[in-house]
Write a protein that binds this ligand. Structure first.
Ligand code: SF4
Length: 306
């Protein structure tokens, strides 16, 4: 389907905005599929400013897909230090091993092969195809979903977004004939710096004239954070990170009794918290990050990095 005038005007304005205000990152303007893959996995749940520090360190340790695939999982998780959400490191390592054995170390350049790999969803597959192989692919993450919803629909609530399916269809229609890579990066940068989730800067917006929701969005939005599972008032994702960090730093035997680990991680190792901690360990084991040996209560089990 062809673009209408409003769609054409928004694409043109955002591309012009990107030329002047686009951010510079070491993973931009390169075509090395492995380096692009690493950046995309890192950016999945971590802000670009934080990835900026960790990206070169990780690539120095694992400069090629082969070096990553032939490393131990423990070494990869250790090198992931500081990034959080360590299960991404496990999936990236599995992915590298599959690509080495099935594709001779070359990251595949087709959607079906990419989407079948661990840790790769529709967004990441398209981001790799667009950035590394110059293919004409739309990308939609939660930021793009928010930005396009606001531009093209009158929303009833600041938190509202149109369904992902609808936004994917629109994003595909908006793709310019040329400059697809720039267009995708422009959408990302625009969502991160102007049309942000909490406070869209409509006064500085290059597409304000065409935006359907501008009037409604021009006040500060207070978004509540999603409620998270917690132990002792601390989110489980932080406890998970602390467990992995603790195991990484174990020197001699590299294993520790599960209850001793629990006492080091939790401030209050009560009976109730012990059960929650056991569930947290099972979750880490299921994600392939740790190994639990033994059966029964925590006192009879030992924990190590997988
Ligand atoms: S006018 Fe405001 S809500 Fe609309 S796209 Fe621009 S920043 Fe976002």
């Amino acid at each position: 389907m062809r673009k209408n005038n409003k769609q054409r005007s928004i694409v043109k304005s955002l591309l012009a905005w990107y030329k002047r205000h686009g951010r510079t990152f070491p993973w931009r303007g390169i075509s090395n599929p492995y380096r692009i893959l690493v950046s995309e996995i890192m950016l999945q749940q971590t802000q670009a400013s934080r990835v900026l520090d960790k990206y070169p360190v990780f690539l120095k340790r694992f400069p090629s897909l082969r070096s990553l695939a032939t490393a131990t999982q423990r070494d990869v998780v250790i090198a992931w230090k500081g990034m959080g959400y360590n299960n991404r490191a496990v999936r990236l390592h599995r992915l590298a091993r599959i690509v080495l054995s099935k594709y001779g170390g070359r990251i595949p350049a087709d959607y079906d092969s990419l989407i079948a790999l661990p840790g790769i969803g529709r967004y990441t597959a398209n981001a790799i195809l667009s950035s590394a192989f110059g293919q004409r692919c739309a990308i939609v993450d939660v930021n793009v979903q928010r930005v396009l919803s606001r531009m093209f629909w009158k929303l009833d609530s600041p938190r509202e977004m149109r369904a992902a399916k609808e936004i994917w269809q629109l994003a595909e229609r908006l793709l310019p004939r040329n400059n697809v890579y720039d267009w995708n990066q422009a959408l990302m940068d625009f969502g991160a710096t102007v049309c942000t989730s909490r406070k869209p800067d409509c006064n500085k917006c290059p597409v304000a004239q065409a935006c359907t929701s501008k009037k409604f969005m021009s006040r500060t939005i207070v978004l509540k954070r999603k409620s998270e599972k917690k132990i002792d008032g601390i989110p489980n994702r932080l406890h998970r990170g602390n467990v992995v960090r603790h195991l990484r730093n174990l020197k001699s035997s590299r294993t520790i009794r599960a209850d001793i680990l629990g006492k080091r991680i939790l401030r209050n190792f009560s009976q109730r918290n012990e059960k929650r901690f056991a569930a947290l360990l099972l979750g880490l084991e299921k994600d392939g990050l740790i190994q639990l040996r033994g059966n029964g209560t925590l006192t009879s089990r030992r924990v190590s990095l997988a």
